[in-house]
Design a protein around this ligand. Structure first.
Ligand code: GAP
Length: 441
């Protein structure tokens, strides 16, 4: 098995080769740490987001969905603390002018530029705000500055009263959202792990003050349960509590769910107790009351506390890819497999005619079409040896491969090969759609 760096290289290369992920604007030499999802990648990420939405919104009575805009009133980011506090300390090399995070231990302890090698390269750090700025309207003045949101959460806070008024929800309840966020990271990297444009899957759960600790524990357990449900190996997962100096400006308590990536243990989801910080600040800055009035006892009014679960859709995709990647020796060759959970796999089934004659391609095409009609993503392939066709699908993570052969003409059955066990079984042609459907639900 490959070591960490090797493994990442192999994963990046597989993602490009099979159409999962491409570098953005590659024909122009690429854009720094921005990635595009190709035909298989878009399906994989969508399946992850759909699994999240199902478990957080559709399967629950107490969470509503939302899709707030990326551009928000600039005062939102003053109230949230992002204008003043969403900063990283930055130093610049006096020779090559590359910039680095000053809290990177290599920079802090050596004072040597890792790019050009200049010694005593850095002066005093200065604070660098991570929010992208742009202008709204025709005039590019300070007054027209708006930000690309650095987290989706604020769209939820400013809509708290709207959701409350337009639904039958009562505290405790939550609002969930999936959407893009942008951060002008100083040192992005590790493929889709840290990028400047990414997607978050966030849920803010509004609770009565005093009940927040209990709900925090509830959501911590629930979120780990969900990650397990994606088939991620439990031994590769752990919780990591934020120390007081790591806590975000809004947080009373925070735990990360970390995965052991090829480049080490890192967070891909956080569970945060944000207290009433955000609603209180928006109430203060907007002048609008954002408190909750208990419908039974109307004298009971409070600003709810918020337990937040915040996952990166891209980082979760990287977790799923890294966890699924494996190499096996098979008949003297290396077989590369993405052992994706069938629910997440972009293609559910591939259909091959064993040979390109005797009416087998036509029959295989018909079976393939049957899957498409049933809205089950399927792939038809008649090029190259059957072994090569299997390998391509193993790399794409396709859980089932169907081969139409001579026997099919005699008894109307096909071979179904299972990606992980390599077991083959014969199934009647008119049963194959149900066979696959039952295994991807
Ligand atoms: N609303 C809270 C919040 O945004 P965060 O820990 O800053 O908390 C939550 O971000 C999640 O968003 C992270 O766990 C990660 O999965 C994802 N994320 C944050 N910055 C990212 C980046 N630059 N690239 C990719 N994903 C990122």
């Amino acid at each position: 098995m490959a070591n960490g760096g090797d493994l990442m290289e192999k994963l990046v290369s597989l993602c490009k080769r099979r159409g999962f992920i491409f570098q953005s604007s590659e024909v122009y030499g690429g854009t720094g740490s921005v990635w595009d999802y190709g035909p298989l990648g878009v399906e994989l990420k969508r399946n992850i987001k759909d699994a999240w939405w199902r478990s957080m919104v559709h399967e629950r009575d107490d969470i509503e969905g939302l899709d707030a805009a990326i551009l928000m009133h600039p005062r939102v980011w003053e109230a949230s603390g992002h204008v003043a506090g969403f900063t990283d300390p930055l130093v610049e090399c006096r020779n090559c002018h590359r910039r680095f995070r000053a809290d990177n231990p290599d920079i802090r302890w050596t004072d040597q530029c890792p790019v050009c090698g200049t010694k005593e390269a850095f002066g005093e750090p200065r604070m660098f705000n991570l929010m992208f700025k742009t202008f709204m309207g025709a005039v590019e003045s300070e007054a027209a500055v708006v930000y690309l949101r650095p987290e989706t959460a604020q769209g939820i806070f400013v809509n708290f009263q709207n959701v409350l008024m337009s639904t039958r929800q009562r505290v405790p309840f939550g609002i969930a959202q999936i959407g893009k966020a942008f951060r002008n990271e100083i040192t992005p990297g590790n493929f889709i792990f840290r990028t400047r444009e990414f997607e978050q899957m966030e849920m803010q759960f509004f609770v009565e003050p005093g009940e927040d600790d209990e709900w925090f524990e509830y959501w911590k357990a629930k979120r780990l349960e969900w990650v397990h449900s994606l088939g991620i190996r439990p031994g590769k997962l752990r919780f990591q509590e934020h120390s007081p100096d790591e806590l975000a400006h809004y947080a009373k308590k925070a735990y990360d769910i970390e995965y052991e990536f090829p480049f080490g243990w890192h967070e891909f989801e956080g569970i945060h107790n944000r207290t009433d910080f955000d609603l209180r600040r928006h109430q203060e800055f907007s002048g609008k009351k954002l408190e909750y009035v208990d419908p039974v006892n109307r004298d009971k009014r409070y600003i709810p506390y918020v337990v937040e679960t915040s996952a990166g859709a891209d980082r979760t995709t990287l977790v799923v890819l890294a966890d699924a990647y494996r190499e096996e020796e098979l008949e003297g060759e290396t077989r590369v497999v993405l052992g994706l959970d069938p629910r997440l796999a972009p293609l559910k089934v591939a259909v091959f005619p064993l040979v390109k004659k005797d009416g087998l391609p036509e029959l295989a095409e018909r079976i393939h079409h049957g899957f498409r009609k049933a809205a089950i993503p399927a792939f038809y392939d008649d090029s190259g040896s059957i072994g090569k066709r299997y390998r391509r699908q193993d790399e794409a993570g396709t859980p089932f491969a169907i081969t139409v052969d001579g026997q099919t003409l005699e008894d109307q059955t096909v071979t179904i090969r299972h990606r992980d066990t390599l077991q083959q079984e014969r199934v009647a042609v008119d049963r194959v759609v149900d066979f696959v459907r039952e295994r991807i639900a």
